[in-house]
Design a protein around this ligand. Structure first.
Ligand code: PEP
Length: 249
């Protein structure tokens, strides 16, 4: 019912030369895949070259951030129009690294998300708890709060078309994948939160990814779960073979 979506977050990795080589290798490996939306999210400097390399392949282009204003004195930021100009379709918003190192808040996540949707970009809105929050047993309350604040003021139709990435911070880049049951439990809770706020139809349509040390060996189990519709992949998206094997779960 919901088309799986696997996105690779390259973070601050890959020069233009490295990125275009990766796309060439990846495109060949996933040429036969039709039933999964595949998204690659390079750094801003490589977007244009990667857009060209994606050309007529199955790969969709995503950015790692976007600002909510259309232009102006916002040094280092990028507008929706600038991304659209480069054929970007998706944009990661509120990744935990942006929240931790660059003062991203639920409020700025909400502003970026609204701007992305208004411009016709599909936001991949990230949420997820720290180890302390999980150990305190307050994961649902925390993640539910991030979802409600991050998606504030959106309509049901808008929410139906976005992507949410549940990424427990303790599993990102640590090699510790959440078990498929842990991932599904929170993804199901996010869907329930969406249902309460935006209605059942939006909840049934919104795609929810799991992210956190996803590897070729863990993806099949994760994707077998009822509320996991895909993955946001960091480290393993930097190798064409690994990422293609994740895409072909
Ligand atoms: C991420 O950056 O979104 C991520 C999940 O990273 P990794 O797969 O390396 O844990």
């Amino acid at each position: 019912m919901r088309k799986p979506i696997i996105a690779g977050n390259w973070k601050m990795n890959n020069t233009i030369a490295e990125g275009t080589k990766l796309i060439k290798d990846l495109a060949a490996l996933v040429a036969d895949v039709t039933e999964v939306d595949i998204v690659v999210c390079p750094t801003a400097t490589a977007l244009e070259a990667v857009a060209n390399a994606c050309g007529n392949t199955k790969l969709h282009l995503g950015a790692q951030n976007v600002h909510w204003e259309q232009n102006g004195a916002f040094t280092g930021e990028i507008s929706t129009a600038m991304l659209k100009e480069l054929c970007v379709e998706y944009v990661i918003i509120g990744h935990s690294e942006r929240r931790e190192y660059f003062a991203e808040t639920d409020e700025t996540v909400n502003k970026r998300t609204k701007a992305a949707i208004a411009a016709g970009l599909i936001p991949i809105v990230c949420c997820g708890e720290t180890l302390e929050i999980r150990e305190a047993g307050t994961t649902n309350a925390f993640v539910g709060g991030q979802i409600k604040a991050g998606l504030a003021d959106l309509t049901a139709d808008q929410v139906a078309n976005i992507v949410i990435a549940y990424e427990p911070i303790w599993a990102i880049g640590t090699g510790k994948t959440a078990t498929s049951d842990q991932a599904n439990e929170v993804c199901a809770f996010i869907r329930q939160t969406v249902a309460e706020k935006f209605g059942k139809d939006a909840a049934n349509k919104v795609r929810i990814q799991y992210g956190g040390s996803v590897k070729p060996s863990t993806i099949a189990d994760l994707m077998s779960k009822s509320d996991v519709d895909g993955a946001l992949v960091g480290g393993a998206s930097l190798k064409a073979e690994d990422f293609s094997n994740i895409v072909k779960f």
